[in-house]
Design a protein around this ligand. Structure first.
Ligand SMILES: Nc1ncnc2c1ncn2[C@@H]1O[C@H](COP(=O)(O)OP(=O)(O)OP(=O)(O)O)[C@@H](O)[C@H]1O
Length: 384
């Protein structure tokens, strides 16, 4: 069949109704369909052929490779209640992190950069509100952990012997954007594009939407925010990084829900994960008792911060509350009160288990056993 014949037949049958076809037309149609089916296999209608590869605009089923979950690279947060349920944060995806002022968003994300570094991933942090020295100080305290801090009045400092080791270890693993280069979002995106092209970057923390200057984007406030979120989602895929994007809520009172996150629903729709960091204070207790009908003695109220998974596109997880215990001196989110989080700057050391020949080997963790992975997640849901 020539090209012209093919197009003539295609035209002829484009709007053909089977009921009006003669036998001759029907057999012509059948042979056309057969030819067409062969054409699909040989001609580059749905993408290129071996000699002339082109991206396919539409896939046929047999062209679609089976998803291989073993190829997904994910960064663990270190919080068992989160990692146990969503198996970490996949590269190529976007997470929105929200929470009221002071709930611990920046603190947790700074810790994730350390967790990532310990797993061999590198991160870039944009902090619109904290200057680079402050970002570094928080990272230093967290990396040092309780055992390598010295108290000075109400302040804590990293022991001088640990300081240099931590600094050297973090040096090419965690980068901080210099705000002097501007907070205009186009400039930040250009800088990230350039940086991720020349350096291996796995995680980007953008803290936060409100501190970015969106004036260069068209449209009203909400359209600008939506445009940025879509751009971040595409950027994460294109550059194969995981982006944590901090978005404040629209309201400052009441129990924060996914719908209260700033901007329109487009922001959370575009994200692969939506997480809310809550601080477990009296307000949180009262409002969750009211909203979820949790009991006053629910185990979740023993912890200090909760990370709520509101949306997880990959595994469909939602309504999971991951408990954490905030360690004030080191600013670490811990899985249980006396946990020792180990970061890559120091050699692995045996964690103190509290076991002596005379006790029953239990941690002082508010009555809960230390657990990891799935078990922890299951327990958390059961505990409220
Ligand atoms: N449960 C807690 N108990 C005591 N202090 C905490 C707790 N959680 C976080 N903090 C501390 O509160 C301060 C504010 O935390 P952080 O900046 O991480 O909050 P945030 O949610 O990012 O706030 P913002 O929305 O204002 O940027 C930090 O010094 C942090 O270490």
């Amino acid at each position: 069949m020539t090209r012209d014949e093919y197009f003539q037949l295609k035209q002829k049958y484009a709007n053909a109704g089977f009921e009006n076809m003669t036998d001759a037309e029907m057999s012509e149609f059948v042979s056309y369909s057969n030819t067409f089916a062969k054409l699909l296999d040989t001609v580059s209608l749905f993408g290129g052929d071996a000699l002339n590869p082109k991206p396919r605009m539409f896939y046929r089923m047999k062209h679609i490779r089976q998803a291989d979950r073993s190829k997904i690279v994910s960064v663990k947060s270190g919080l068992n209640g989160v990692d146990g349920r969503i198996h970490g944060f996949n590269k190529g995806e976007l997470s929105i992190v929200s929470g009221t002022n002071g709930s611990g968003k920046s603190t947790w994300l700074s810790q994730i950069a350390l967790e990532a570094a310990t797993q061999g991933f590198s991160s870039v942090i944009f902090s619109g509100e904290l200057r680079a020295p402050r970002v570094k100080e928080w990272l230093m305290l967290q990396a040092a952990g309780r055992d390598s801090l010295v108290q000075d009045g109400w302040m804590y400092h990293v022991e001088s012997s640990a300081r240099e080791k931590i600094e050297n270890w973090m040096d090419e693993k965690i980068y901080v954007y210099n705000n002097d280069f501007g907070l205009a979002v186009k400039q930040i995106m250009k800088a990230l594009e350039f940086f991720t092209l020349i350096m291996d970057v796995d995680v980007i923390v953008l803290d936060n939407l409100m501190s970015m200057d969106l004036r260069e984007y068209p449209g009203d406030k909400y359209e600008k925010q939506t445009a940025l979120t879509m751009e971040l989602s595409n950027f994460a895929k294109k550059r194969n990084v995981h982006i944590f994007f901090v978005c404040h809520p629209r309201k400052s009172m009441g129990l924060l829900r996914k719908e209260d996150i700033s901007g329109t629903a487009d922001i959370t729709n575009a994200a692969d994960n939506v997480l809310i960091v809550h601080r477990v204070n009296n307000d949180f207790k009262n409002r969750t008792m009211d909203f979820f009908k949790w009991k006053a003695d629910a185990a979740i109220y023993n912890c200090s911060n909760v990370v709520e998974i509101c949306k997880n596109r990959d595994l469909g997880v939602q309504d999971v509350f991951a408990e954490s215990y905030f360690d004030q001196p080191s600013k670490l989110f811990l899985n249980y009160r006396d946990e020792y989080r180990h970061y890559g700057w120091e050699p692995e050391k045996e964690e103190w288990t509290g076991e002596t020949p005379f006790d029953n080997g239990k941690h002082d963790d508010g009555g809960k056993a230390a657990e990891t992975g799935e078990d922890q997640g299951d327990r958390l849901e059961a505990s409220v």
